[in-house]
Design a protein around this ligand. Structure first.
Ligand code: CAO
Length: 425
């Protein structure tokens, strides 16, 4: 006949108010005798408290962080067994732990059973099979025991297994600028449980660029410096030029000016035109100025590179920009057109936005994000005046560039854009 029994905290020597560091079961779980219910951590050792019998957990009375002493109610279990005494497993923890007294108390509804503390636990739920001392050792090293293969009896994880796992993780190939990151796997979710779905494969470009974006995002310490440039006068000039060159089919957008202004700022601050070498100990400074431009295509993001921007004028750059973005959208760009960049500009200004965090296009060390210019009241010479302000978001590799240098760069860029005569200096 089914019976509800209570499982109480056993005698674990002198220890009182012992912290619960792990609760392995929840209401509704079916547990087997000897399966670990929770882990306690005294100042001498960690130990598991196993189930004294088979049954179904009805109610768990402790949670992680609770401090419990002998006799405390751990949980109640429904059992069909008639057994009334708990199995006592001698602990194998390094700490001297008294054998628990199995103290079955029969009651009409609930029978408290004192669970014995145990050495190591074998879990039928697929949890790691390891002794508390090994669990403690693994916890100190930050090792997830579910990823360690046990070589001991019945697959038990030994100290050697944990050490071997750590050694293997340490010698995993590093990518020079990162790699070897241990991140937990993304949850696999069946979205159809929540509503109607459709699965669409990622484009080839998205698959390729996704891997690079991910690598760059996790392996480069990014900082993004936001700033604004007053482009009121630049816009007047751009519109004049635009009218003049539209007849030749050349569209002059703010991006052509930005290309030129960025190169001027890179000449002023040469670290922005560098890359870390393979050792990560030297900067390779480039004397050429090839600038990548992020182009939004129906298949995903492409970054063709404009060559020798320092040697070209605004009109020439505008013309080339039109050509490479058209080619990118028509998938006519050869791979070589996307190589050799020194710095990237990602302009979302034609679409909108006020600021964003562009991801550095390694091995470059900085990227400029541009959002939509808008008229703002700017306080000048004692009064507010309407000015066209362009939002700039500069992400930089903090291993190469300091914050002060980054804001000097954006300030300089702002100065050049607010007075484009400086572009010819
Ligand atoms: N503020 C206000 N208006 C802007 C602007 C800005 N910062 N930048 C461009 N504009 C205007 C242009 O002047 C143009 O106006 P008109 O049509 O009235 O002349 C309009 O916006 C459209 O410009 P455009 O987008 O065609 O041209 P562009 O030179 O600014 O940009 C290109 C070219 C290829 C960079 C762009 O089309 C593009 O693909 N941008 C998206 C890049 C991207 O996706 N980056 C994200 C990377 S991170 O995922």
């Amino acid at each position: 006949m089914a019976e509800i029994k209570q499982v109480l905290m056993p005698d674990i020597g002198d220890s009182k108010d012992v912290p619960v560091i792990e609760v392995m079961v929840k209401a509704g779980d079916t547990v087997k005798a000897e399966q670990s219910l929770l882990t306690l951590e005294t100042d001498k050792a960690t130990m598991d408290v196993p189930a004294p019998f088979d049954g179904v957990v009805k109610n768990v009375s402790v949670k992680v962080g609770d401090k419990i002493s002998e006799g405390a109610l751990i949980l109640s279990m429904e059992t069909s067994a008639t057994e009334t005494s708990a199995v006592v497993t001698p602990p194998t923890t390094p700490a001297p732990v008294k054998e628990a007294a199995a103290t079955p108390v029969t009651a009409p509804v609930a029978t408290p059973i004192v669970a014995p503390p145990t050495g190591f636990q074998s879990s039928p739920t697929g949890k790691a099979h390891a002794s508390p001392s090994i669990r403690h050792f693994a916890r100190e090293l930050g090792v997830d025991l579910t990823r360690v293969k046990g070589s001991g009896e019945k697959g038990r994880i030994t100290k050697n297994d944990v050490q071997g796992f750590v050694k293997a993780a340490l010698v995993q190939p590093q990518s020079g600028t990162g790699g070897g990151l241990q991140v937990s796997a993304m949850p696999v979710v069946d979205f159809s449980r929540y509503g109607v779905i459709e699965t669409k494969p990622l484009s080839r470009i998205k698959k390729l660029s996704g891997a690079n974006l991910h690598r760059n995002w996790v392996s480069i310490p990014h900082i993004t410096q936001h700033d604004e440039a007053d482009i009121t006068e630049m816009e007047v000039f751009r519109k004049e030029l635009g009218e003049e060159y539209s007849k030749q089919g050349i569209k002059i957008t703010p991006l052509a000016f930005l290309l030129k202004a960025v190169v001027t700022a890179m000449q002023q601050y040469p670290d922005f035109n560098s890359s870390l070498d393979a050792s990560g100990e030297n900067l390779v400074l480039k004397k050429y100025f090839h600038i990548g431009v992020a182009v939004d295509t129906p298949d995903g993001l492409m970054v063709p590179v404009l060559r020798d921007v320092d040697q070209k004028g605004i009109v020439q750059l505008a013309k080339e920009l039109g050509e490479i973005s058209a080619k990118a959208r028509e998938k006519k760009l050869p791979a070589t057109a996307m190589q050799g960049g020194c710095f990237t500009i990602s302009s979302l200004g034609g679409i909108g936005g006020t600021a964003f965090t562009p991801i550095i296009n390694a091995p470059e060390v900085a990227i400029l994000g541009v959002s939509k210019a808008s008229i703002k009241p700017i306080f000048k010479e004692g009064e507010f005046v309407p000015r066209l302000m362009l939002p700039l978001s500069l992400s930089y590799d903090h291993r190469v560039i300091d914050g002060a240098e980054a804001v000097r760069f954006t300030s300089y860029l702002g100065k050049v854009l607010s007075d484009v005569r400086r572009l010819v200096l």
